[in-house]
Design a binder for this molecule. Structure first.
Ligand SMILES: Nc1ncnc2c1ncn2[C@@H]1O[C@H](COP(=O)(O)OP(=O)(O)O)[C@@H](O)[C@H]1O
Ligand SMILES: [Mg+2]
Length: 331
């Protein structure tokens, strides 16, 4: 595994920059998640690192060495694509073995077998090992694709929204498994997603991409608690952060145009009156949709609340974030 560095990488398609001067250091043994909506440049970043595509300018380094002239095979990366890519005529076992059977590797049979069996078990596909790839469901095929990456020990694992096609239960299981694998094996991962739960739960570092630019890079906690901008603030947080005019509550600093209040930063029981518009029971918590003057707000409360639509609650902001006219957070 290696530290991977991107230095001012730019890539333009048809005159529009898909990546605009992205510099990023992926420490050896880290789990870096790139977070951004469709079109932000996530897949393009992975393709540059893998060698499937080349930057227009800028350089990429593996363990300090430029990889500009190396093919994808020479870079020794393991990539999982958004869309599974299996050999349809082979069985699951043969698909999983394939990366280990390269003549260059000379992997002993017993090692191949134990890696394949362990990977299949982890991905809950052991019972399908002797089935043809074409007989699998979409979710099973995607698990085999992930498995084909995990049987290898590359310089870096590159994963492009690998869990997005799986059902919620399996997605939650695999999030934990991927995180465990990385934490125990010291693997280096660059993982892209637009799913903030994946980013928060798995990442050691989160990079926030906005229209081809890396606008923030830090720990999940850092990005959540100290977002650089309104854009970064709205990437993380479930339910989404409330954004209101800065003068909605007293105490805004000079230059503040908007105030950001995460649901846990709206205290109940004291303060100003708001009307409960809708109550959503989610099992472990309850979401309250409130109307405060002309603003819609969302906040969370305990699971067993007796509040109902039409009730009045009192709210008060706690630890608000303030943003200026340019959308950047004020210190
Ligand atoms: N091969 C390509 N040809 C033309 N435009 C592309 C190509 N690949 C990506 N783009 C454009 O680059 C931008 C970033 O795309 P992409 O990296 O796929 O974003 P993401 O993976 O974050 O959704 C988008 O505007 C997309 O349309
Ligand atoms: Mg993509």
């Amino acid at each position: 595994m290696a530290e991977v560095v991107l230095d001012t990488v730019t890539k333009t398609f048809g005159g529009r920059p898909a990546l605009d001067g992205v510099s990023l250091r992926i420490p050896n043994g880290s789990f870096v998640v790139l977070l951004g909506p469709t079109g932000a440049g996530k897949t393009t970043t992975l393709r540059m690192v893998s060698g499937l595509d080349r930057p227009d300018s800028g350089d990429i380094y593996f363990a300090g060495r430029p990889v500009r002239d190396l093919t994808p095979a020479q870079r020794n990366v393991a990539m999982v694509f958004q869309q599974y890519s299996l050999y349809p005529h082979l069985t699951v076992r043969q698909n999983l073995e394939f990366p280990l059977k390269s003549p260059l590797l000379k992997t002993p049979r017993a090692v191949i077998d134990s890696k394949v069996n362990a990977t299949a078990e982890m991905l809950q596909i052991s019972h399908k090992l002797d089935s043809k790839a074409t007989t699998l469901s979409g979710g099973e095929m995607q698990r085999v694709s992930i498995g084909r990456a995990l049987v290898r020990t590359p310089q870096i694992y590159l994963m492009d929204e690998p869990l997005s096609s799986l059902d919620a239960k399996l997605r939650a299981d695999l999030r934990i498994e991927l995180k465990n694998i990385q934490a125990h094996s010291g693997a280096t991962l660059l993982y892209v997603t637009h799913d903030q739960i994946e980013a928060m739960t798995m990442a050691t570092h989160i990079g926030v991409l906005h229209e081809g630019r890396l606008v923030q890079f830090g720990s999940p906690r850092d990005v959540y608690e100290r977002p650089v901008s309104l854009y970064a603030a709205t990437r993380l947080g479930q339910p989404r952060i409330n954004i209101l005019a800065a003068d909605t509550f007293p105490g805004a600093p000079p230059g503040a145009v908007s105030i950001g209040l995460r649901s846990e930063h709206l205290l109940h029981g004291d303060g100003q009156e708001a009307v409960v518009r809708r109550v959503e029971h989610l099992g472990d918590q309850t979401r309250l949709h409130l109307t405060f003057r002309t603003n819609d707000l969302i906040t969370v409360t305990d699971a067993h609340t007796r509040l109902k639509s039409g009730d009045i609650v009192k709210i008060q902001p706690d630890k608000p974030l303030y943003f200026g006219a340019d959308g950047m957070r004020l210190q």
